[in-house]
Write a protein that binds this ligand. Structure first.
Ligand code: ADQ
Length: 480
């Protein structure tokens, strides 16, 4: 089976969040199951710089008014199609925002072009390769199935994965004529969304299957609290909705071989882990006592509950814990966390920005990772935590609920606990969970047993890749 995956990020070429990890790892996991994937991504400057020996596969004279080229590269066995369209992607800022952090005003056009290029490739215009199915991710590529439905291109089976329903790609109706779709695509069955146009909304209407990244989140988005206005539409498509939990790349995230950490370790060499703890203490200038070191690796946003963290830091420190934070995002949250770190020298450390090696070292050297998300479609950092013996302390929501076994009495007695969950995502709820975690930490035997239990958890893509492959097959064999 041949699959065209279309996405705005792919690890390791370009990553701003978990989407990139999934888009990069899933094709590798699908390959042994007979699924050959090519992944179409925008040719941002960072991508153009990273690719080696690209082959020109296709040229567009007029992709939504601009010239564009499809280049193919093989990156560590993953086949990547790069949409080289300087008018859309050759910008100084990030993939979505300019250097000042503001959304590019033409994001609708930049990602409509990505989706249209995907629909054209699906139609078979690229010599020598045509997919059997298209898999789009989030709003940035959600128009692929809209173009396939309304454009004069034949329609292939399609899957749309929601990684985060909070980002919907909603734009004014004035841009509709510029998308080159027929007038009837501006309808309730198509792109129209409360008088505007909605990229994700259009994709949810037209994709043959909708997936999201955990079973719990698939249920949550049927509720107004989590559906962000799309719950009614999703409910109308419930027969086509699937919750498939994310896995992680076991080679990139392997404490036994990870080159980004101070010392490798595994379940049988846990004592080596201490070298990573020492590296964290040194890097952040923390007090060298025996209390637990908590970490946070996160976008600094409301979704991730970072305001709750900021408001409880003094109490966390007063309990005797240490905390290190790696993150970037909301400027006010960044400021609040930085000043908490400055006020608690030796107890709280903060690294601002995006730092992949530091994210690995934190998982390897800290004792627990705090994830106080208000909603979390899947979450990947708790899975890395499991693999690295960094006990996840998580809000009971979405994929956090599906992947972490709370250390309640029954789970501890049965020796199956892998972390701590808290149901009330409030300052009190978070502090209660941290207090509980510190109690568990003091019982060294129990703590080590929980670490090892986590390290044994199946966080691979194995079963989830099988579910995607089965879904693809069912759509292709049905002819949709
Ligand atoms: N400052 C920093 N430096 C280095 N690395 C950093 C970093 N901040 C974050 N990261 C990394 O970025 C990734 C974040 O992934 P998540 O799954 O936690 O969230 P995200 O909200 O981006 O993804 C959305 O999509 C994913 C994928 O489906 C879902 O798991 C998730 O719930 C959903 O919100 C992790 O690999 C993490 O290590």
């Amino acid at each position: 089976m041949k699959v065209l995956s279309v996405a705005s990020e792919i690890f390791p070429l370009i990553k701003t969040g978990g989407l990139a990890d999934v888009v990069g790892a899933l094709p590798v996991a699908l390959k042994p199951l007979g699924v050959d994937t090519k992944t179409l991504v925008p040719g941002y400057p960072i991508v153009m710089k990273a690719i080696r020996n690209p082959v020109v596969r296709l040229q567009f004279d007029d992709l939504l008014g601009e010239e564009a080229t499809i280049l193919e590269v093989d990156h560590d066995g993953v086949s990547i199609l790069v949409l080289d369209a300087p008018a859309f992607y050759n910008r100084k800022g990030g993939p979505y925002v300019d250097a000042a952090g503001k959304d590019y005003p033409d994001n609708w056009r930049r990602f409509a072009a990505l989706s249209l290029a995907g629909a054209e490739i699906a139609a078979g215009i690229m010599p020598g390769w045509r997919p059997d199915l298209v898999h789009a991710h989030d709003w940035q590529s959600a128009l692929v199935s809209v173009y396939m439905r309304y454009y004069p291109t034949p329609e292939l089976p399609s899957v749309l994965t929601i990684h985060n329903i909070a980002f919907q790609g909603q734009f004014g109706a004035d841009v509709f004529p510029l998308l080159r779709l027929p007038a009837h695509a501006f309808s309730i069955e198509g792109l129209e969304y409360y008088g505007d146009i909605g990229f994700l909304k259009g994709g949810l209407q037209t994709a043959h299957a909708i997936t999201t990244v955990s079973p719990s989140y698939a249920e949550e988005i049927l509720l107004p609290e989590f559906g962000m206005g799309l719950e009614g539409l999703i409910a109308s498509r419930i027969d086509s909705l699937h919750g498939i939990v994310n896995g992680i790349d076991p080679d990139v995230w392997n404490p036994e071989t990870d080159p980004m950490i101070a010392r490798n370790f595994g379940p049988n060499t846990m004592k080596n882990r201490i070298e990573n703890r020492k590296a964290i203490i040194e890097h952040f200038g923390l007090d060298d006592d025996n209390g637990p070191i908590f970490c946070v690796v996160s976008r600094l946003t409301w979704q991730k509950g970072m305001d709750l963290l900021a408001s409880t830091i003094e109490e966390i420190v007063a309990m005797g814990a240490k905390l290190v934070i790696l993150g970037a995002g909301d400027a006010a949250l960044e400021g609040a966390l930085l000043s908490a770190a400055a006020n608690n020298h030796g107890r709280v450390g903060m690294a601002v920005g995006y730092n992949e090696p530091m994210s690995h070292l934190m998982q390897a050297g800290c004792d627990a990772i705090i994830i106080p998300s208000r909603f979390e479609p899947c979450g990947l950092t708790q899975l890395y935590g499991l693999r690295y013996g960094c006990i996840p302390v998580v809000a009971r929501t979405g994929g956090l609920n599906d992947t972490i076994i709370d250390a309640n009495h029954a789970a501890v007695a049965a020796k199956v606990a892998t972390g701590v969950q808290f149901a009330h995502v409030t300052s009190e709820g978070l502090l209660h969970a941290i207090r509980h975690t510190m109690q568990l930490f003091r019982d060294r035997k129990l703590w080590t047993q929980m670490q090892k239990q986590g390290m044994k958890s199946d966080v691979s893509w194995g079963k989830s890749a099988e579910r995607y492959a089965a879904l693809y097959s069912s759509l292709v064999s049905k002819g949709m």
